[in-house]
Structure formats: C-alpha cells, structure tokens
Design a protein around this ligand. Structure first.
Ligand SMILES: NC(=O)C1=CN([C@@H]2O[C@H](COP(=O)(O)OP(=O)(O)OC[C@H]3O[C@@H](n4cnc5c(N)ncnc54)[C@H](O)[C@@H]3O)[C@@H](O)[C@H]2O)C=CC1
Ligand SMILES: O=C(O)C(=O)Cc1ccc(O)cc1
Length: 363
C-alpha cells in the first residue's frame, strides 16, 4: 500500500484526497490539529482515515502533502523534521508561493525524505473541505519546483502519483514561479480588493453605485471575495515581488492619468488595442487563475419553468451540467443564467443545443 498523508484537508487537500482515495494500492490519511475537523473529514468520506497526531499521519507515509495556509508551511515542515520519516518519502505542498517554502525545506534536515514544492494552478474563491471536488485539477496546470539537488527519480515518482489529478505538470524554478504568479494572480487579487473597496466607500454615501454595478465590475472583482486569511499569508510571503509589481502598476496608472490630462485619444486607444490583443490571445476557458470552470451565460425570459426546461433539454441530450445560477432576474428584464460544466465537450454540446433551441448564449 502507498500511504499518502494530507495535512489540512480543505479545498485543495480535500480535492487531492478525492483524486487518490479508492484508487488501487493507495491509502489516504488526513491530518488536522482539530478533533472536530478530523471527524468532518471522516463524515464526508474524503479520506480513508484521519488523525490529530502529526507523527501517526507522517510515519510510514510515502507521500506527504502540506495543504495548509502559506503561513503554516514552515512550522509544519519543522515539526516533520522531528519525525523519523520513511526513507524516500516525498514531501510536497500546494502553497501559492514557492521561494520561501523551498528555502525552508533546504535549511532543514529532513533525513532521507525529499521536499519538492508544488502549486496546482486551479482553485476558487470558496474554501474548506465542503468545496473539495474530484474535478478541481482536471486539465489545470500543476507547477512543481524541484531544485538542482532534487533526485530526478523523486520528481518522476511524484508526477506518476499526480496522474490521478489529470492535471498538466510543469516544472518551474521557485523564484521564477513567484515572479510570474505574483503578476498573474497575486497582483490581480490586490487590484480587485482595492477597486472593490474604493467603490464600497463611494457606495456608503450613495447606494446607486452598487445598484448600477454592471458586468465589467463584477468580472474584474470576482476574486475580491477570496478567503482573507489565505490571501494575507500569500501577499505577505511574496511581498518583495509584489512591491516591485505595484511600482510597475503605478507607472501604468500614471500613464493613464497623463494621457487623460493631455486628451491623448490616440494613446488611450492604443492601450486598449494592445491589451485586447494580448487578452484575446490567452488560452480560452482554461481552468485556473482566470477561469475556474467551463461556463456560458444564457439570456432567459422571466417565465415560470424556463430553468427547469433548459436543465431537462440538456439532460435529454446527456450533457452533464455541474452548476446553474441565476445572475439577475427582475420582472421587466430577461434574466441571465450561468451554466457551468466540468468538461469542454459538455460546454460545446450545450452551446449547440441552446442555439438550436433559439436561446442567446454568450461567454
Ligand atoms: N484556494 C485556492 O484557490 C488555492 C489555494 N492554494 C493554496 O492551497 C493552500 C490551501 O488552501 P485552501 O485549500 O484553499 O484552503 P482551505 O481553507 O480550504 O483549507 C486549508 C486547510 O488547512 C488547515 N489549516 C488551517 N490553519 C492551519 C495551520 N495553521 N496549520 C495547519 N493546517 C491549517 C485547515 O483546517 C484546512 O483544512 C494554501 O496554501 C493556498 O495558498 C493554491 C492554489 C489555489
Ligand atoms: O479563482 C481564481 O481565479 C483564482 O485565482 C484561484 C487561485 C487562487 C490561488 C492560487 O494560488 C491559484 C489559483
């Protein structure tokens, strides 16, 4: 039996546990410091067993996944360094930053265990084991950050196990990872939060701001609802990179201010043209930092039964829906229905079917 220990069975750890549990020859142990969490892991059936004892979870483990907040990784690694781990045991993590955890692992004597940093680039603004999904990692990029001293066979062993996640593994240097993810994930979260709070302050004096907030504002601020404790850890951990990125951001905003003052229509138009070109060249509907799932939006008349009819039509065609949400429904305007799917193929088939049924579909 290959024993896999998961420390912190939340959204990420729980989703990994679901990928491994029940697979031939794999045994999944969950760890939490809280007795109530251990009971919850067992009740939800995401692990084969669970314990509050770090030693019991780690001893004999072939793989250890650290799935707690970024700020907890160093302390858990230090505690693991006190345990006699199985020779060849692979310790990995799913934290959103990679430089600090790699440096910490290198500074510790982990015996014959090997640390390989990891970061699955899939997730959502939801958290906790309740949000865990077997499909979270499917088709997403999963970054591994071995260093020059990591035995290649250990990386291969970890990659073999991660086949169960159906993710695409990419190898990236830890510092380069933090630069890139800082720009495409951490900076956008800060911008979304700052922008949302700016509008929140205006709204304190005039509620028309929130009432009129339209699609663009909702799109760019979705990630402003992310878990506060998780994100404060990530931002503080990657602060050197982020401070540099904020300088570049300020330059970009200053440039806008300059163009506005000068009435520079050409310059503003060019900024939209270059950003549009780059934005449109991004891989479409990929899971991860921007798109969590395969989604489309359908305009629906506000008539009774319409949602049930759409679900039935898709079901009749064996198209698997994973979620349905009414974005807006008032008597005088058509509502918008958000349909989510787990697979590109289901989305593509749904778009064809809805088109045939004369619904207007957009993305
Ligand atoms: N949520 C997301 O979209 C993504 C998160 N990550 C990273 O994954 C890690 C886990 O995030 P989620 O699963 O979303 O969070 P979560 O809140 O769903 O789960 C975190 C788990 O860690 C446990 N935990 C809390 N404090 C702890 C501590 N001090 N020591 C040990 N365990 C502790 C919690 O009980 C829970 O089981 C974080 O490091 C985050 O940066 C990476 C990619 C995406
Ligand atoms: O939902 C989104 O757009 C995300 O940004 C999810 C996410 C959060 C944290 C990560 O380290 C990676 C991905």
């Amino acid at each position: 039996m290959v024993k896999i220990a998961i420390f912190g069975v939340g959204l990420m750890g729980g989703s990994l546990a679901l990928c491994f549990k029940g697979k031939p020859d794999l045994y999944v142990v969950g760890h939490s410091t809280r007795e109530s969490s251990v009971r919850k892991y067992l009740e939800r059936g995401v692990v084969d067993s669970a314990t509050t004892s770090l030693r019991e979870a780690a001893e004999d483990a072939d793989f250890i996944f650290l799935c707690g907040p970024v700020g907890s990784l160093e302390s858990t690694l230090k505690q693991l360094a006190e345990v006699k781990l199985k020779p060849g045991c692979i310790i990995t993590d799913v934290g959103s930053t990679k430089s600090s955890v790699n440096a910490c692992a290198r500074s510790l004597d982990l015996g014959e265990a090997i640390f390989i940093g990891g970061h699955p680039m899939a997730g959502s603004e939801r958290s906790g084991v309740e949000a865990a999904s077997l499909y979270l990692y499917e088709n997403a990029f999963y970054v591994l950050t071995p260093n020059g001293t990591t035995p290649p066979e250990a990386v291969e062993k970890l990659k073999e196990l991660l086949v169960h996640t159906k993710a695409n593994i990419v190898i990236v240097d830890p510092d380069e990872h933090d630069d890139i993810v800082g720009a495409i994930s951490h900076l956008p979260h800060m911008i979304a939060v700052a922008l949302t709070n700016q509008v929140r302050r205006y709204n304190d004096n005039n509620e028309l701001y929130s009432q009129l907030a339209a699609g663009g504002f909702r799109d760019i601020t979705r990630i402003a609802s992310s878990d506060p404790s998780m994100w404060r850890d990530i931002l503080v951990d990657n602060r050197d990179v982020l401070l540099r990125l904020i300088e570049d951001w300020n330059e970009g905003i200053e440039e806008f201010a300059r163009m506005l003052k000068a009435g520079d229509l050409e310059g503003i138009g060019e900024a939209f043209r270059t950003s549009g070109e780059f934005r449109n060249s991004l891989p479409e509907r990929r899971k991860g930092v921007i798109h969590a799932i395969y989604e489309c939006y359908v305009d629906v008349p506000d008539t009774p039964g319409v949602i049930g009819r759409i679900a039935t039509e898709l079901g009749n065609r064996h198209i698997n829906l994973s979620n349905m949400q009414i974005i807006e429904s008032r008597e005088d305007v058509p509502g918008i229905l958000r349909l989510s799917f787990r697979k590109q193929d289901d989305l593509d088939q749904a778009v064809i079917a809805l088109g045939e049924l004369q619904y207007s579909v957009h993305f």
